[in-house]
Design a protein around this ligand. Structure first.
Ligand SMILES: Nc1ncnc2c1ncn2[C@@H]1O[C@H](COP(=O)(O)OP(=O)(O)O)[C@@H](O)[C@H]1O
Ligand SMILES: Cc1cn([C@H]2C[C@H](O)[C@@H](COP(=O)(O)O)O2)c(=O)[nH]c1=O
Ligand SMILES: [Zn+2]
Length: 283
């Protein structure tokens, strides 16, 4: 633990690497090397810090003779971050579960916000919408790193819970979840596809499993036999990984019907390819 009193007697020593501290309320002039504070300005005392989070100064580099840097001190000790991941095939209830969890957090008096990828415009842009048509306002983004700036620093500081839908479309998912939970003490609830139509890892969803407090894999109903559906079958011949669509293109299936269905689709694709080659070659 670092008390303000320990900070008083430190003097700047030129040529030292400098970090910065952030405090939740107020701002301070403080520089330190490792856990040693090397200079102190008009800092407000930390409210009973169980520990303070050290971060390298945004300007980085070393301290020149009499220079001090404006930075904040944050007492993150009282806020413990969490990460909860909800995965499964399409139509498994991932968005429904996320939406219900966010409503529950909100009714418990916690401040919540939901983000979704701006790639998903199937049912509208500024709401997350389940396949049943249930909606919740959200912030559509291309990258999660834009969220704090878009929401505003003070509003972000007040947030307790952040929901992320269609997480497979965010390339910066890992770093956003890590920083928001570890550094900022937020509860992050992530909903997304674990696999694409080929049952391959989709985006960074599987990468955040090692960061997670909990992982929930949901199932849908197999459209062909009614058994639990683990996978998403693409009914068309499209082969690109990202194809925004609903039941017109995709259906949830069990393992048996995925394997048999995939065989039918691959055979059809091969036949069509052969016909295309024959049609294009001279007689
Ligand atoms: N084959 C299916 N199995 C399960 N639910 C289905 C199926 N087809 C349509 N649905 C509907 O989809 C809803 C789940 O929608 P949603 O939460 O948006 O799923 P996800 O986000 O996982 O794609 C279910 O409540 C159900 O009404
Ligand atoms: C399997 C698969 C899906 N997608 C797209 C299709 C939808 O727009 C979303 C998933 O929506 P949901 O909330 O899980 O129903 O992802 C894709 O681009 N590629 C795929 O392989
Ligand atoms: Zn089946």
């Amino acid at each position: 633990m670092l008390s303000i009193t320990r900070m008083k007697s430190m003097l700047l020593r030129p040529g030292m690497p400098v970090f910065s501290l952030r405090i939740e309320s107020g701002r301070g002039l403080v520089c330190f090397r490792g856990a040693e504070v090397v200079a102190l300005g008009d800092c407000k005392p930390l409210q009973n810090p169980s520990f303070v989070k050290f971060r390298r100064c945004s300007s980085g580099g070393t301290v020149r003779s009499s220079e001090a840097r404006r930075c904040d001190l944050v007492d993150v000790g009282s806020r413990r971050g969490e990460i909860h991941v909800i995965v499964g095939p399409m139509f498994a209830g991932k968005t429904t579960t996320l939406l219900r969890r966010m409503q529950s957090e909100n009714s418990n008096g916690r401040s919540v916000a939901v983000i979704k990828s701006n790639k998903d415009v199937r049912y509208g842009l500024d709401s997350i919408v389940t396949h049943d048509g249930v909606m919740l306002p959200c912030c559509p983004l291309a990258e999660l790193s834009a969220f704090k700036h878009k929401l505003g620093h003070d509003a972000y500081e007040k947030l307790d819970v952040i929901g992320i839908d269609e997480a497979q479309f965010f390339q910066d998912l890992y770093e956003f979840c890590r920083h928001s939970a570890d550094r900022d003490g937020k509860t992050i609830i992530v909903a997304g596809l674990d696999g694409d139509y080929l049952r391959k890892s989709f985006g960074s969803v599987l990468d955040i499993i090692p960061l997670a407090d909990s992982v929930t894999k949901l199932t849908a109903r197999c459209e062909l036999c009614g058994k639990p559906a683990l996978f998403t079958l693409r009914k068309t011949n499209d082969t690109q990984k990202e194809l925004i669509a609903g039941a017109d293109v995709y259906m949830p299936v069990c393992r048996h019907h995925y394997v048999s269905g995939q065989v039918v689709i691959e055979t059809t694709r091969a036949v069509l390819q052969t016909q295309k080659v024959q049609c294009s070659s001279p007689l």
